[in-house]
Design a protein around this ligand. Structure first.
Ligand SMILES: Nc1ncnc2c1ncn2[C@@H]1O[C@H](COP(=O)(O)OP(=O)(O)OP(=O)(O)O)[C@@H](O)[C@H]1O
Length: 874
């Protein structure tokens, strides 16, 4: 049975219980973990081998296939990963949206930021999950649909808000709204033709399943803004920026606003009133991205896409009619939907050159994301207080505010279950598992309480409705069919309080006795009332005076405050100017820093390339030096051989001449002797043979070996007919030595009389302890055969003494090498093969050698040196 792995242990050795309790306390302090979901796509082909199975809605098990790297080496086992939710390949887009993204849209409406990103290997379904296709809408169109359905009744008129391009919004006045509308109309006229192309695509995308969200703040009005950027090669491009052939997309800067939110400086924010408009923008961005990639020869999967929905909301005024004209009353929340580039391993994709650099950039940014997560986790669990390197990559820099507690973070890990992806998938799973340990502080949405009556907007709507109905009822000629806003405005209602002292006195008849009494009492009451009224009047005028005085005081205070305010405003204006100038400087410096970084990266790349080139060249040089050395040795040995040959030939010629001279001398002596005999009449003895003969030893061939053995430079044999030999090369027959002969399994037969021959010997082809120790060998001979540099067979006998060791074993001490060589007599004279050691001044005359050669089919040369011997057989 296969074993299941526990969760990846933390790098810091903290007991699990400690970690858990920290996690809980983190939650109680208002922290939420990053929620990680896993989506498994169907295998691309049914026949594909898979390495992954979903065991329950929270668990997925990864099984290493045989093709995995380290499969055999590392003894890989099944690994179990637990996530917030695991979607198997049967789960539809709607369910993924409802589980993962809908809560983020709810938070967005309640003023909280959110980040959702898809992460996974190339082709694992990230884009499918985030964007989807025409038939299967992804998370992004569904989020937009839900948002617009929810805010439909509360949407502000277009251009109520305007982006200040510094991540904030302003409220526009009526006049500004009119100007904006005019500008939009003009722009629309020029865009009409392009819009037609997009209409079809957008129309089909807009129809998604309804999913309205409840709990919206009804006294606010809402507006939706979109921005869409792409992070490619660590540069940020604004995909909604107008481009022309001359003006292509320029890299943008990532900045931090006053609320510590990260934003793309100068990014195009477009206000959208419907899903159609938003999707139209998305399509425009996609087209621009494709166009940019065609120019750059890149692929979309190699870039990170960040689609941000920004929701702006502000309360309506007292009357529930218009937005409060106060910039501080605006609440902005945003939801970033990020489709990250595929986390592929470069060696599997076989990328080179530009692609490799891109892959490096992608991997670097994903690696930075991973490092940020690791450090965040470590900081939270051990209070290490390490700096999180958000700035190392543009994409993590953009995410900074979310991880620093300005919003919820969710991640969908997309997985392709096929076996080939196992190694990358395992890495992705480890990252995902680690990410869900990271805790994000829960943000508290800023809610500005302006003391306005709740429900005023609805009351205003009801009031307008009622007025409209009344208008219909009482002035039908003004509103013949429907109630319009214009009609309601024309009707003037005084809804103020009715002032009266008492209810009216009931009607009564005078002239009766009771009525006199009643009149008297009434007069008394009225007099009292008049008195009271006077009193109240006095009090009122006193109060009015006091009020007027305090009003006067307030007015004068107000005036001084206004003056002060004006001077402060002037100061603020100056400060703002300074800030703008400083900001511009920062932009310029950031630009030059980016440029320097880019140049630095290029230089580093160049240094790396040069280093590689240098290494290659060094290798080449050393190879060439080796080759030169080899050639030098070859030529030295050739030179030595040639000089030997020359000197031998010279010697032979010398000896031949000498012999000739001696022959002539002998002839002359013979003639002289004959002349003397004739003259003296007595025989004269023959002179002794030449001394050169002493240097030769002729051996008649034995019956079984028809050869003549010539021995040069060796001691004179003691007996004629016996080969001269070095005692160290003696074929031992009598010393009582026990030889162990170790030879190759099938040696080439030597067929010479100098075959090693031992009376007391054992021959083995494979050496064992038994052969050496049990057989009590005293001598060891290793026979090896090989071709020499001329391709001739060379047999070497390595000899040594077997010496017992103190541990009961034996060791061989080599003390001699005997070398046997054979030469063809018809090819080259044996003397040619001899080394300089073989050339001796006492070599035999050439005629003798030739004579010998003609007689023998074989000749053996032997030479003995200290620790080195050589014999040759032609
Ligand atoms: N859950 C799924 N159900 C059906 N088809 C899917 C699913 N997930 C992905 N696919 C299909 O797999 C293919 C590749 O998916 P997709 O383009 O989304 O991968 P990706 O991870 O975005 O790749 P890249 O990193 O290269 O951009 C697409 O044709 C898509 O339709």
């Amino acid at each position: 049975m296969k074993t299941m792995r526990q969760k990846t242990p933390l790098k810091v050795a903290a007991p699990r219980s400690v970690v858990k309790s920290r996690g809980i306390s983190g939650n109680s302090l208002g922290k939420d973990p990053v929620q990680v979901y896993c989506r498994v796509r169907p295998p691309p082909c049914e026949s594909d081998l898979t390495c992954l199975r979903v065991t329950d809605p929270h668990t997925v098990v990864l099984t290493p296939p045989e093709i995995a790297i380290n499969y055999k080496v590392a003894n890989l086992k099944d690994t179990q990963y637990i996530f917030k939710r695991v979607f198997d390949d049967s789960v539809r887009q709607h369910e993924v949206y409802v589980t993962v993204a809908q809560p983020l849209v709810e938070s967005l409406i309640r003023g909280r930021n959110g980040l959702l990103f898809t992460y996974g290997v190339t082709g694992s379904g990230k884009t499918y999950t985030m964007t989807g296709d025409l038939q299967h809408r992804g998370i992004m169109p569904r989020c937009l649909d839900a948002l617009f359905r929810t805010i439909a009744d509360y949407q502000a008129k277009k251009y109520t808000f305007k982006s200040d391009r510094l991540n904030g919004f302003d409220i526009l006045s009526e006049a500004e709204v009119l100007l904006e509308r005019q500008a939009e109309l003009n722009a629309k006229l020029t865009k009409t033709s392009r819009k037609k192309d997009l209409d079809q695509e957008v129309a089909s995308q807009a129809s998604v399943e309804p999913s309205e969200i409840s709990g919206i703040e009804e006294d606010n009005i809402y507006a939706v803004f979109i921005n869409y950027v792409e992070v490619y090669n660590n540069s940020v491009y604004d995909l909604l920026e107008e481009t022309t052939i001359q003006k292509t997309l320029q890299s943008k800067m990532v900045r931090e606003d006053a609320q510590h939110n990260m934003f793309v400086h100068g990014v195009t924010e477009v206000e959208v009133k419907s899903v159609d408009e938003a999707l139209e923008l998305f399509q425009i961005g996609q087209k621009r991205k494709r166009m940019g990639h065609t120019i750059l020869n890149a692929e979309s999967s190699r870039s990170h896409s960040v689609f941000t929905i920004r929701l702006v909301q502000a309360p309506v005024d007292m009357q529930g009619e218009h937005v409060v004209q106060d910039r501080n009353a605006i609440t902005v929340s945003q939801l970033s939907l990020v489709d990250l580039a595929g986390s592929e391993r470069t060696n599997r994709t076989g990328n080179t050159g530009q692609r490799l650099r891109e892959a490096g950039n992608i991997n670097n940014s994903l690696m930075t994301l991973r490092t940020c997560m690791e450090i965040l986790r470590e900081n939270q669990q051990t209070n290490a207080g390490k700096k999180v390197p958000y700035r190392d990559s543009k994409i993590t820099h953009l995410f900074k505010n979310y991880f620093d507690g300005e919003g919820q973070v969710r991640m969908i890990v997309c997985v392709n279950p096929r076996a080939e992806d196992y190694d990358e998938t395992a890495q992705v799973m480890k990252f995902a598992e680690m990410t869900q340990d990271v805790q994000i502080a829960r943000p508290t949405p800023m809610k500005l309480d302006m003391g306005l009556t709740p429900g005023r907007r609805k009351a205003n709507q009801l009031f307008k409705l009622a007025v409209g109905e009344m208008g219909d009822r009482y002035a039908p000629h003004l509103t013949p069919h429907v109630t319009t806003e214009a009609n309601t405005e024309r009707m003037d209602f005084d809804l103020g309080l009715v002032y009266s002292l008492e209810p009216f006195v009931a009607d009564m008849k005078l002239g009766t006795p009771e009525s006199d009494e009643l009149v008297r009492r009434l007069t008394e009451v009225l007099e009292l009332r008049i008195q009271k009224r006077r009193l109240l009047g006095d009090d009122l005028s006193g109060r009015m005076n006091r009020f007027r005085m305090s009003l006067h005081k307030l007015e004068s205070e107000n005036l001084s405050l206004r003056t002060e305010n004006t001077s402060l405003k002037a100061v603020v204006g100056q400060t703002k100017q300074k800030i703008t100038a400083l900001e511009n400087k920062i932009v310029v410096h950031e630009g030059s820093i980016d440029e320097l970084n880019r140049r630095n990266r290029q230089l580093e790349e160049r240094v790396r390339l040069l280093q590689t080139e240098l290494n290659q060249k060094t290798q080449l040089v050393s190879q060439k030096e080796l080759e030169k050395e080899r050639q030098r040795k070859k030529f030295t040995s050739k030179f030595a051989v040639e000089s030997q040959k020359m000197s031998r030939e010279h010697n032979l010629k010398l000896m031949e001449e000498k012999n000739k001279m001696e022959d002539k001398m002998r002839d002359k002596e013979e003639r002289l002797r004959l002349v003397s005999e004739i003259v003296q009449g007595a025989p004269i003895p023959r002179p002794r043979s030449s001394s050169v003969d002493k240097d030769f030893l002729k051996i008649e061939s034995t019956p079984n070996v028809k050869s003549l053995v010539s021995v040069y430079g060796t001691p004179r044999p003691s007996r004629p007919g016996t080969a001269v030999s070095n005692t160290r090369h003696r074929r031992s027959r009598s010393t009582g030595e026990r030889w162990l002969e170790h030879r190759a399994a099938n040696p080439v037969p030597l067929g010479t009389i100098l075959q090693p021959y031992y009376t007391n010997s054992k021959s083995v082809t494979k050496l064992t302890d038994k052969d050496v120790i049990a057989q009590k060998a005293t001598k060891y001979c290793l026979i090896s055969q090989d071709a020499d540099t001329d391709g001739e067979l060379e047999t070497k006998l390595y000899k040594g003494n077997v010496i017992p060791t103190s541990g009961g074993g034996a060791q061989v001490v080599f003390n001699d090498v005997e070398c046997l060589k054979q030469y063809s007599p018809t090819k080259t004279p044996p003397s040619r093969k001899r080394s300089s050691n073989f050339v001796t001044p006492s070599a035999p005359p050439l005629s003798e050698i030739q004579n010998t050669n003609s007689k023998c089919s074989m000749a053996i040369e032997g030479h003995v040196g200290a620790g080195n011997s050589k014999r040759s057989k032609p």
